[in-house]
Design a protein around this ligand. Structure first.
Ligand SMILES: [Zn+2]
Length: 289
């Protein structure tokens, strides 16, 4: 896999790990159509490519309905059945085999709570499941290259919402800081008893935490994700969604970040005396441009 694509995929998977709790080995749910396509790729190790594509260890899985569909294709496709047999069997609780696409849709559900990575070819299924946030999808493109789709609109929205929530929590923490009592507690032992009660609830020193999130790190992450979308878009076929996403993203959140930073600086100046105010300043000025 090309270096650039590998990097882009790594960032895409980082999104699923960071926001949706994905962990390796990634559980890759194999569609029957995906295996039929994989069987055509003569000179590549399809099994190994699964892991290469998601940049991590994988646990390929197949449902009874999907393997059933392959059996039904007859002797000619025995080699594909054999491929499927390498994967762990996943119970789908369909007593009578249902259409593989319906089976996979049931497996993923509305939330993909088992954190599957879906490996399918069916475009209608991919489109149907685009409303489920936190569902990585891979498929073979027209040139027979295994590709990881850019995150769906639903996924990006869920991620933004989670970020927004974290940001709001940060602002709440700063509100607590502003009244001063607990800041005194943070800096010195004197007068700490009043503030400590509050700090226990809020967690670690809110000043140091928020500075990282709102400042450099947050913006760097944001910038990286923008990059991912640009790169992934070029690679992948389900690309029009990615384009819409990108537009929506522009110009969002910067105001909130800048406000948070200003508040941090103000609070830092009061609370931490000499060391806080100046140190936080670097790099943040540019957020206002
Ligand atoms: Zn099933």
């Amino acid at each position: 896999m090309r270096q650039k694509r590998a990097k882009a995929y790594k960032r895409v998977m980082a999104l699923y790990v960071g926001t949706f709790g994905f962990r390796t080995p990634y559980q890759v749910l194999l569609g029957d159509d995906f295996l039929l396509e994989a069987a055509k790729q003569k000179d590549v190790d399809w099994w190994k490519m699964l892991g290469t594509t998601v940049q991590g260890e994988v646990k390929p899985m197949i449902t009874q309905c999907c393997i059933e569909a392959l059996y039904r294709k007859g002797k000619e496709f025995q080699h594909v059945v054999d491929m499927a047999k390498r994967a762990e069997r996943r119970k789908c609780n369909h007593r009578e085999a249902v259409d593989p696409a319906d089976c996979l849709k049931d497996m993923v559900g509305d939330t993909n709570k088992h954190r599957y990575v879906l490996a399918v070819q069916s475009q209608p299924l991919i489109i149907k499941l685009a409303t489920t946030p936190g569902l990585p999808v891979m498929h073979y493109n027209a040139r027979g290259v295994l590709v990881l789709s850019p995150p769906s609109t639903a996924t990006v929205r869920a991620k933004n919402a989670a970020e927004e929530e974290r940001r709001a929590e940060g602002v709440k923490m700063l509100d607590g800081v502003k009244d001063g009592t607990n800041v005194v507690g943070a800096g010195s032992g004197a007068g700490g008893s009043q503030g400590q009660g509050r700090r226990k609830v809020k967690g670690p020193n809110p000043l140091s935490m928020k500075k990282k999130k709102g400042g450099e790190e947050g913006r760097k992450r944001k910038a990286q994700e923008d990059e991912v979308e640009v790169e992934a878009e070029a690679e992948v076929e389900v690309e029009d969604e990615g384009r819409r996403k990108k537009k929506r993203k522009r110009g969002r959140g910067k105001g909130a970040v800048a406000t948070a930073i200003a508040e941090i600086n103000a609070a830092g100046g009061i609370g931490l005396g000499g060391d806080g105010g100046g140190g936080g300043g670097e790099g943040e000025e540019s957020a206002s441009d």
